[in-house]
Design a protein around this ligand. Structure first.
Ligand code: ACM
Ligand code: ZN
Length: 733
């Protein structure tokens, strides 16, 4: 075995990150060895140039997982001599720095999404001579590739979206005389008038006629008609009716009340994306009408389609918006995601649950504000109405608080998340968050901020040590897991701090809810409060007699009650928090999240006994950061179980408790995306979808019309539509 590290003189560069700077070895080495798994962690973090020659591993913490997740600066990868026949699914998924790759000479297939969104890959991509198959979305979004060279005879199949959205592509050279089987979507999202297809002499006629290739020669075919609408979440009632369809290839008008201007704009966007409609103000004849209908429930809508009119009536602007989201999916129900017409129909629809939430965690790995906006636009398609932002944790503080500038100066940047030794930095300014809130409101999505207390607060404690017992100086955490450092309830500064933080948040986020965390601050962390003089003094004042760990829960309750009172009286907010079994008394009207595996029933009982409401996000159904199948991403974590799609779909949000519980206590459902193992925007979507589609149906659709086989059929179509937009969820179902 040959292991050769060509070490240049170690060059340390100053990398400016946010307001501070981190010292990183930036261009230290080239690695030429058999397996990347043999290399030391710091080499993997610094390497830009890798040549591997061994029989590379593909499962678990494999060579490919390490190339992708640990070699974060990797720019050139030479696998020409590596012994690999199948490049695994997601091999280099969304590696945004990879510029060049030489594929293994003996390669036979390239897995799903192997180079998905590797958008720095540039120049010519040469597929080696023995490759038989390029699977779904393998190179989708590699927007800087200019040329693809496909081998002569071995290639048998090019999968859906394999080379989609290659916007710089100018030449495709195919060596095969007989056109390989090619999915019609393989080159989707590319202006093929700008791409030259080169095929062997005499083979052009066959390519002209072959599925997947013919569009290189001929103009686009006319748009098809929708026959069977495909919608997720499934509407309560959708009835197709007889008669001529509504055609979009003619002039028509949109009529909308002034208070529905936002929905009118969405309507225009949908028509442009899904049809060749020519909207003309005042056009006579066909029309789309958007109206508010008093008496309909808040988010409910009715959609009717006749030959000359599409009419959407909503109980509110949100209801009209959801009617439009249904219309959008109806219009997308063709093989090309656009249509010439839709059939006559009547839809009666409205949500089952009031709060339909996804939680994103930019604390562990930051996501820029633009990523959040794009995420909101996507989730709104499926009628989610709340984005929950986990803004702080032990690993970072991500929101600008003007009263405490050190929080983002010192708490928003670090190097490393477990074995991923990369710089992770960034925070949201208040202005950015206001823009996000306004943007999300246009999609009828509210943004709910979360500030953790009393645990998961190491980043804040790092910046302001007086927040913790004994004023200890603690470093920002660079690994997952639970810290023993808590806020000190005996320290007056803690109340002043939280008061100012929540006041600034209240001025940014109009949502009626604020999330206070509250998770995982039990045993052993609460031991800190037993040893702290200030905590002991507070216990004496409160009449908590025993200075033992169990009684520290009463201190936690005291801290929560103080914050809850402030939120309610000063800011008119409804507090939310993660349910813990030892948190026995919940203030009536609060909302607790049932999240722990196997403890949903306990959490429901506690909420009911206390007159509180509950959000369901049991880990075994709703934690989308867990892998969806064995071997799926993330391949390496700290022991998360597999959480399959069908399990998510099977969730009954009423938990068998009946309609009384559903009406009185159940606030909604949430899907979580804890981000320790989610290092790119594309991987956020990969984890979220398609489980977020299943949960959308859990939250929206009446139990009586839900069916897994029917959902699975619709899902294929909706996932295809997502891929057209460059959103590629896990296919491992
Ligand atoms: C949690 O997953 N710690 C709420
Ligand atoms: Zn203390």
């Amino acid at each position: 075995m040959k292991t050769l590290y060509v070490m240049k003189k170690k060059v340390y560069s100053l990398l400016l990150v946010g307001a501070g700077c981190l010292v990183l070895p930036l261009s230290a080495q080239r690695i030429d060895t058999t397996h990347i798994t043999l290399c030391p962690a710091e080499s993997k973090a610094a390497v830009r140039d890798v040549r591997l020659t061994g029989q590379l591993t593909t499962r678990g913490n494999s060579d490919f997982r390490q190339l992708r997740d640990l070699c974060w600066q990797l720019a050139r990868l030479d696998l020409s001599a590596a012994r690999v026949e199948h490049l695994p699914d997601n091999a280099l998924h969304s590696h945004h720095r990879l510029q060049q790759v030489v594929l293994p000479e003996r390669l036979k297939s390239i897995g799903r999404q192997a180079f998905f969104a590797c958008d720095s890959l540039q120049g010519v991509l040469r597929i080696p001579p023995m490759v038989r198959e390029v699977q779904t979305a393998a190179f989708s979004g590699c927007a800087r590739l200019t040329e693809i060279s496909l081998p002569a005879d071995s290639l048998q199949r090019i999968g859906d979206f394999a080379f989609s959205r290659l916007t710089s592509l100018r030449r495709v050279r195919v060596g095969a005389v007989r056109p390989p089987v090619c999915a019609p979507t393989a080159f989707e999202g590319i202006d093929l008038r700008r791409v030259r297809l080169e095929v062997p002499r005499g083979a052009e006629r066959a390519y002209r006629e072959a599925e997947g290739w013919k569009m290189f020669f001929s103009p686009a075919e006319p748009l098809p008609e929708v026959v069977t609408p495909v919608v997720i979440p499934r509407p309560a009632l959708l009835t197709l009716t007889a008669g001529e369809p509504f055609r979009f290839d003619r002039k028509f008008s949109i009529e909308a009340a002034p208070e529905l201007n936002n929905e009118r704009t969405h309507c225009l966007r949908i028509l442009e994306e899904r049809s060749e409609a020519r909207v003309q103000t005042g056009a006579k004849g066909a029309r789309i009408r958007l109206l508010l209908q008093p008496g309909l429930e808040n988010e409910a809508y009715r959609l009717s389609v006749s030959r000359d009119e599409i009419c959407i009536r909503g109980g509110s602007a949100a209801g009209v918006f959801y009617g439009l989201m249904t219309l959008d999916q109806v219009m997308a129900s063709t093989p090309v995601g656009r249509c010439a017409s839709i059939p006559q129909m009547a839809v009666v629809d409205g949500p089952r649950l009031a709060l339909r939430e996804l939680m994103v965690d930019p604390a562990r790995i930051f996501r820029p504000i633009e990523d959040l906006k794009a995420f909101v636009a996507e989730m709104a398609r499926y009628k989610y109405n709340a984005l929950h932002l986990h803004l702080v944790d032990d690993q970072a503080w991500r929101v600008e608080i003007k009263a405490y500038p050190r929080l983002v100066e010192q708490g928003a940047q670090r190097v490393g998340m477990d074995d991923m030794q990369m710089p992770i930095s960034g925070y949201y300014t208040q202005q950015e968050l206001r823009e996000l809130v306004a943007y999300a409101a246009r999609y009828h999505v509210q943004v709910i901020p979360e500030i953790e207390l009393p645990g998961h607060e190491v980043a804040a404690i790092h910046c302001y040590p007086q927040l913790t017992c004994g004023g200890k100086h603690v470093p920002i955490r660079t690994t997952c897991g639970v810290s023993n450092e808590l806020l000190c309830p005996g320290e007056p500064f803690v109340y002043e701090f939280l008061g100012k933080v929540f006041a600034e948040l209240a001025a940014i986020f109009p949502s009626p809810y604020v999330h206070l965390g509250g998770d995982e601050a039990g045993m052993p962390p609460l031991a800190a409060w037993t040893e702290c003089d200030k905590c002991r003094a507070l216990k004496r004042r409160l009449g908590i007699e025993r200075n033992v760990r169990e009684d520290n829960w009463q201190l936690q309750k005291y801290l929560f009650d103080c914050v809850i009172d402030t939120l309610r009286t000063k800011h008119g907010k409804t507090p939310m928090f993660w349910y813990e079994t030892d948190f026995r008394e919940i203030q009536p009207g609060c909302i607790t999240f049932a999240w722990r595996h196997g403890l949903t029933e306990t959490a429901i009982r506690a909420a009911r006994a206390n007159g509180a409401r509950i959000m369901l996000c049991p880990g075994e159904y709703c934690y989308f950061d867990y892998p969806m199948a064995a071997g799926d991403m993330p391949e390496v974590n700290w022991g998360m179980p597999v959480n399959p799609l069908q399990r998510t779909y099977s969730l009954d949000p009423a938990w068998g408790m009946g309609t009384d519980f559903e009406k009185t206590n159940l606030a909604g459902v949430a899907g979580t995306l804890w981000s320790e193992c989610i290092p790119s925007a594309e991987r956020l979507y990969y984890q979220a979808y398609p489980r977020a589609l299943a949960l959308a149906e859990v939250a929206w659709t009446p139990q009586a019309v839900r069916s897994w086989p029917d959902f699975a059929r619709r899902l294929r179509h909706v996932q295809t539509d997502q891929m057209r937009r460059g959103i590629c969820g896990s296919q491992a179902w």
